[in-house]
Design a protein around this ligand. Structure first.
Ligand code: FES
Ligand code: FES
Length: 195
């Protein structure tokens, strides 16, 4: 992978100018240097030098301060961290930021446009598809992906199955399913209007 090559090529340069005393110092916690990563996030270019182990969710939250993407479990269970990478939903706690070099990433902050909520966001608002809201960004990002892949006419079973990777501790899911159904239909309507 390209970041391995970059890390290796950076190592001699980083060590070359170091004084003798610092070479003898105890090993740093991480041996690798940083890697440069560049991607488009919510339509804007974003680039940084990062630890190669940086997760996409960390990059979004800590480097770009896009804190709408939540971390609920860090173990790929809850779906609170779902974002879109090149148009597909991914759990950003399971993806290295470096692997998204050159990708187009959309977070919950990038869904609304011209001050108007995305139809899926509007449907969650209208159908009370949330209580505390912690799961909501990931739920909405996963729902948009589901509607994009499966179309605007989603039945309850398809929605529940499609969102099985997203956990909600509050709502009992009933209103979420209703919101996704309405949001998907509205997205379908949007597409038809654009065609
Ligand atoms: Fe990524 Fe829970 S934080 S799945
Ligand atoms: Fe609270 Fe889903 S609304 S976790």
């Amino acid at each position: 992978m390209s970041w391995f090559r970059k890390s290796q090529s950076q190592a001699p340069a980083a060590q070359g100018g170091a004084p003798q005393a610092s070479r003898a110092a105890p090993a740093a916690p991480r041996a690798a240097g940083t890697v440069k990563v560049a991607m488009t996030v919510n339509g804007k270019a974003a680039a940084a030098d990062i630890d190669p182990r940086t997760l996409l969710v960390q990059f979004l939250r800590e480097n770009l301060r896009l804190t709408g993407t939540h971390v609920g479990c860090d173990t790929s269970q809850c779906g609170a961290c779902v974002v879109h990478v090149d148009g597909r939903a991914v759990k950003s706690c399971t993806v290295l930021a470096a692997s998204c070099d050159g990708a187009k990433v959309t977070t919950i902050e990038g869904l609304a446009s011209d001050g108007k909520l995305h139809p899926m966001q509007e449907a969650f608002r209208q159908h009370h598809g949330l209580q505390c809201g912690f799961c909501t960004p990931g739920m909405i990002m996963a729902a948009v992906d589901l509607a994009t892949r499966k179309g605007g006419n989603l039945d309850d079973h398809t929605i529940r199955e499609g969102l099985e990777g997203n956990l909600c501790r509050c709502t009992g899911y009933h209103n979420i399913v209703a919101a996704v159904k309405a949001g998907a239909a509205a997205m379908g309507g949007m597409r038809q209007a654009a065609e």
